[in-house]
Design a protein around this ligand. Sequence first.
Ligand SMILES: C[S@@+](CC[C@H](N)C(=O)[O-])C[C@H]1O[C@@H](n2cnc3c(N)ncnc32)[C@H](O)[C@@H]1O
Length: 287
Amino acid sequence: MAVLRTVVQETHRRLEAADIPDARLEAEVLVTNVMHLPRQAIFSEQESEVSAQQQATLDSLLERRFSREPLAYILGQREFYGINVMVNPAVLIPRPETEGLVEHALFMALMGMESTDLTIADVGTGSGAIAINLAIHLPAARVFAVDVADEVLDVASFNIRAHGVADRVSLAIGDLLDAVPEPVDLIVANLPYIPTGRIPTLQPEVQKEPALALDGGPDGLDLVRRLLTQAEDKLKDHGIILLELDPEQVPIVQELALRHFPEGATSVEQDLARMDRILAIHRQAPE
Ligand SMILES: C[S@@+](CC[C@H](N)C(=O)[O-])C[C@H]1O[C@@H](n2cnc3c(N)ncnc32)[C@H](O)[C@@H]1O
């Protein structure tokens, strides 16, 4: 009879043979998931019996993983900045580097603004992961969570309700800031910024994510350019825009932003890998 320890070993071996990265970690996550155990139970439950039914469920999840479906879609969720968000193939799987965008937005909101009674736009909200965290950590803020497609907003809506912030997070459908009904203090955006030509070279898992969430046009900056134009009417005088970008795009967008906001100032934040990742644009240079 199979027990958890041997099933994890065998699952690890099968994932490794299929060239799946982080095979040991994924084996532990998948096996504990089908057994409805927390991951920490991996040691204390080593000798627990794995039923034939659980093995069959595991086999079907592994088939999906062998076809390079991302683990987060298989599990239906992803942890992001301390909360779990539901994900499905309509939305991008939130990335660890985007946690830096949340952290920086919170820093700006708490330290860089006159009050925390702010209106914020999360443009291209996807699963809602950014908007929800901002609403949780800024209890006086109102957040507009914008996206273009109904199936994306269905996911965001589920997550916003699951985290109890629906009273302060309003969903809006439309093109970037067009969908935001009033000028805001803070615009936070992780827009699609991958150049179209680079998409076929991405990991197979990433290619299973929606093109709408990845493809930023020929140089990756189509949406960012339009956002900056729209922001002229949708950002308050003291307002700030925070963008997640590819490091190579940062100086280009810095220059572009100062053309839109000649009295403004920019600053750059790095991600955990020490890559320039977040551009902050102040509409007016701080005194
Ligand atoms: C890179 S994903 C980011 C998702 C989420 N904010 C995150 O960080 O995990 C970009 C999102 O922008 C949305 N999007 C694409 N074009 C858009 C547009 N014209 N207006 C608003 N959102 C758009 C996509 O549907 C996708 O959800």
